[in-house]
Design a protein around this ligand. Structure first.
Ligand SMILES: C[S@@+](CC[C@H](N)C(=O)[O-])C[C@H]1O[C@@H](n2cnc3c(N)ncnc32)[C@H](O)[C@@H]1O
Length: 194
């Protein structure tokens, strides 16, 4: 299973805030590109992917959306925004409750710190994607990795204590779009046939 976390301090946390202009929805356009890069191949869909979206924008942060392959996952490249909007509408107000909105789609109130802690307890190997990290080609990938990627602003200052505990890896010498980072990670794993 390939597991990714996309974190955004600005992505909105209510379906009503997703309108035509996705950039105005806390750069929801970036989250959508990440979803597409995680799941879509040319004429095919990746079945071994789980994506966590952690949004901390207005009005109800934090929200954790989990999307994983399911044969009935209602995902279409043309309307990822519509899918996220419908999932956000179903986010419970209270913590500790997870709503299974569609096959393969879950939503709950959970922070990035709580998610990282949970994945850590599950024995996952978490990596922070960072241009200045260790080259991913020097890492012996085992198949239990979780790749944490930031939005257009990276990560806010208050996340520093959390992030300094996580190993950093790099996929390029250039600063890339979050969705491009996903593609390169897929490529590295594909080439290693993990
Ligand atoms: C557009 S970049 C963010 C740029 C932001 N100004 C910053 O300094 O973090 C979005 C995310 O992609 C990831 N990223 C970008 N380039 C990368 C690289 N060469 N290697 C690994 N991760 C990278 C990082 O996780 C980053 O937070």
């Amino acid at each position: 299973m390939r597991e990714f976390i996309y974190y955004s301090k600005s992505a909105v946390t209510s379906g009503t805030f997703i309108k035509e202009d996705l950039m105005q929805a806390g750069r929801m356009d970036i989250a959508i590109n990440v979803v597409i890069s995680c799941f879509f191949l040319s004429h095919d869909i990746r079945k071994d992917v789980r994506l966590h979206l952690v949004f901390e924008g207005r009005p109800n942060p934090p929200v954790h959306i989990k999307i994983e392959y399911d044969k009935n996952l209602p995902i279409s490249k043309k309307d990822v925004a519509g899918l996220i909007k419908r999932i956000l509408f179903k986010c419970p107000r209270e913590k500790g409750k997870v709503v299974n909105v569609f096959p393969g789609c879950f939503v709950e109130k959970k922070s990035l710190n709580e998610l990282i802690e949970e994945l850590d307890l599950q024995g996952k190997n978490i990596f922070l994607l960072d241009k200045n990290g260790e080259d991913i080609r020097n890492i012996n990938l085992k198949g239990n990795e979780v790749f944490l990627i930031g939005d257009h602003e990276g990560f806010p200052h208050e996340k520093k204590p959390l992030l300094k505990r996580i190993d950093k890896i790099s996929v390029s010498l250039k600063t890339l779009f979050a969705s491009h980072v996903v593609v390169l990670i897929h490529n590295e794993i594909d080439r290693q046939s993990i």
